[in-house]
Design a protein around this ligand. Structure first.
Ligand SMILES: *Cc1c(COP(=O)(O)O)cnc(C)c1O
Length: 396
């Protein structure tokens, strides 16, 4: 099918929650994608931070093929070997003790929200259920997670929101402390806000949240759906900041494209989930956990977190060089989570980049966001920067 044919069929049969699009990719290899009309693109969006190993990494493809031929699904009524192996890998590479598996980032956050409430009640603070979240956050699209997401644009039409969430500005400790009351049970935060505009924390902010949680007996939850899996230069984002949360949620790059989410927690907190308190039919099934274990092993074996730092710095440097010529405010981010902040509307630049063969996205009107695979090389970075420059020259 051509792009136009795919578009016509999708438009006729799919509820239009994603808007009008003009691209359909049909093939991927490493950092490259091909659309239905045969045009090649360099993918610096990586399926929104999902394709951390690029497209169709041979080790992941082999693991999926092998597991698919053996066993796809049973149920969590039974033990699942690849799930146990994945849990061990996650625990061995973090400061957490126990894992719960689900199918997406939103579900991982749902699990964390439920666990924080349950643990707090179990520890005797029976009236505490409120969770503090940050303005411009993004935590998912279920009712609880849109409520946790402190951006009104995601709430409109779906009111009433869930009870028990309080919003404070990101990166402001004083406002956070002021919002804490006898009802508070947890703080939920992304180490770097990606959807919200690539907002990075000031020195001491995450540590300050840790101290507030210790002082007020709150559960500190890091939403690492986008920052885990090596993207910031350490396996988990929190390791880049030296601040250990009590609960971590992850998804996106965990399965290299198969749908999997996970919540990791410290033992004392995790043990508030007991038989019957939470579940997911597909959660951690053999197929997705086999893909995830191979993804993690590949990131570790190939030292991709280190490469993310190198390539992230190279990308930031290349983009900064354009600053003299074009209305660029700054380059923000860490590792391979980068935002090029423009003084002008970045949407036409993002559109032009795609036209010129570079997949990227505009966030918060002024930010061009880059989430490339972690295994890119200097040549890919140069190719991307050249296309950004060419696109700016054409648009501005
Ligand atoms: C994408 C994202 C989510 C939601 O994940 P889904 O898999 O789409 O439910 C939650 N938190 C953060 C930080 C994200 O980037």
């Amino acid at each position: 099918m051509t792009t136009a044919e795919i578009k016509a069929m999708a438009t006729e049969y799919i509820i239009n929650t994603y808007g009008d699009r003009n691209l359909a990719f049909v093939k991927g290899e490493g950092p490259y994608l091909w659309d239905a009309d045969g045009k090649k693109y360099l993918d610096f969006l990586g399926g929104l931070a999902v394709n951390g190993l690029g497209h169709c990494h041979p080790k992941v493809v082999a693991a999926i093929r092998e597991q698919a031929g053996k066993l796809l699904h049973t149920s969590n009524l039974y033990y699942i070997q690849p799930q146990a192996e994945l849990a061990k890998l996650l625990v061995d590479n973090s400061d957490m003790d126990l894992c719960f598996f689900c199918n997406s980032g939103a579900e991982a956050n749902e699990a964390a929200i439920k666990l924080a409430r349950k643990y707090t009640k179990d520890s005797g603070r029976t009236d505490a259920y409120e969770i503090i979240t940050m303005e411009n956050s993004f935590h998912g699209r279920t009712m609880a997670t849109i409520t946790a997401t402190a951006q009104t644009k995601y709430h409109v039409g779906f009111e009433p929101m869930l009870e028990g969430f309080k919003y404070v500005p990101f990166d402001e400790l004083e406002a956070t402390e002021a919002a804490i009351s006898a009802k508070t049970c947890a703080i939920l935060v992304e180490p770097i806000q990606s959807e919200g505009g690539v907002n990075i924390p000031s020195d001491g902010y995450l540590q300050g949240l840790r101290e507030l949680c210790d002082k007020h007996e709150l559960v500190l939850i890091f939403d690492e759906v986008q920052t885990a899996m090596g993207r910031l230069g350490t396996f988990f984002g929190y390791q880049s900041y030296g601040v250990v949360p009590d609960v971590i949620t992850m998804a996106k790059a965990l399965g290299s494209g198969v749908p999997i989410g996970a919540m990791l927690a410290k033992r004392e907190i995790a043990e508030s989930f007991v038989p019957g308190t939470h579940a997911a039919t597909f959660g951690g099934n053999p197929l997705v956990t086999a893909a995830a274990s191979t993804t993690i092993q590949t990131i570790l074996e190939e030292n991709l977190a280190v490469n993310a730092v190198k390539m992230g710095n190279y990308l930031a440097g290349g983009l900064m060089e354009l600053k003299g010529k074009y209305p660029i405010k700054e380059v923000r981010g860490k590792g391979l989570l980068r935002g090029l902040v423009m003084e002008v509307d970045a949407k036409p630049i993002a559109a032009k980049c795609i036209e010129n063969g570079l997949v990227t996205i505009c966030t918060n009107d002024y930010v061009l966001r880059f989430l490339p695979p972690l295994n890119i090389n200097a040549g890919h970075v140069e190719e991307a920067v050249d296309i950004v420059e060419k696109s700016m020259a054409e648009v501005l």
